[in-house]
Ligand binder design. Sequence first.
Ligand code: GSH
Length: 212
Amino acid sequence: MIKLYDFLPCPFGQKVRIVLAEKSLTYDLVEIDLLRGEQRKPDFLRLNPYGKVPVLIDEDTTIYDSTIINEYLEDEYPDPPLLPAIGSSSLRARARLFEELADSSFTPQVGQLMAEVAKPDAERDQSRVQRARQAVERLLDYLNHELDARQFLTVEFSLADIGFVPRLVVLQALGIEAGSGRPNVDGWLKRLVERPSIQALQGLTTDPVAGI
Ligand SMILES: N[C@@H](CCC(=O)N[C@@H](CS)C(=O)NCC(=O)O)C(=O)O
C-alpha cells in the first residue's frame, strides 16, 4: 500500500496526486498540517530531513521531493506512461526541462503573486504585484511559443504538463487569463482541465497558505 504525506494546498503534493490518479493507484493520505508545524516533528524529519511535503512510502521505500517521487512512480508503475518512451532521449530531456521550469520558476512566481495579492490593500505593493504578474506573463508567452502545434509540452500528456497544473489552473482567479492572446496555451489549458485526474484534484487555492 502506498502512503502519501501531504498538505492539500501544496502545489508539489498536487503534482504527485495527479500522477497517482493518472496511474489509478490507491493510497492512504496522511495530512501534515504545515500551519501547525507538523513538518518539523522528529517523526516526520526522519522521513524527510528537509521537513517538507510531499513524502511517499511504497512498501519499504521512502521518497521525498515531488519530482523524484513522480519519477519513481513512473519507473515502478509504467502504465499509463507519463514520460516519452525510453530511447526518446531528447523528448525525455524536454519533459524534464519543463518540469524543472515549472518547479523552479513558474510555481514560485505565481506563489509570489498570490502572496502579494492576498495582502490587505494598505500593505500591498502594487509595483511588486506588477513585477510578479509580468514574470508570469513572460513565462506563459514562452510556453505558448514552445507548445507550437503540439497538444502537450512533449507530444503526449506527461510529467512536464503536470508540473504546471497546480498554479496554471488558478491563474484566472488571480486575474490572469493565461490563454488570452496565446492560442496554444488556451488549447493546452482546455485539454488539461478535461482530465479526470485534474478535475478531482483537491486543495487548489489562491490563498498563500503557510507561505506556499
Ligand atoms: N522540492 C520540493 C518542495 C516541497 C515544498 O516546498 N513543500 C512545502 C509545501 S508546498 C513544504 O513542505 N514547506 C514546509 C516548510 O518549508 O516548512 C518538492 O518538489 O517536493
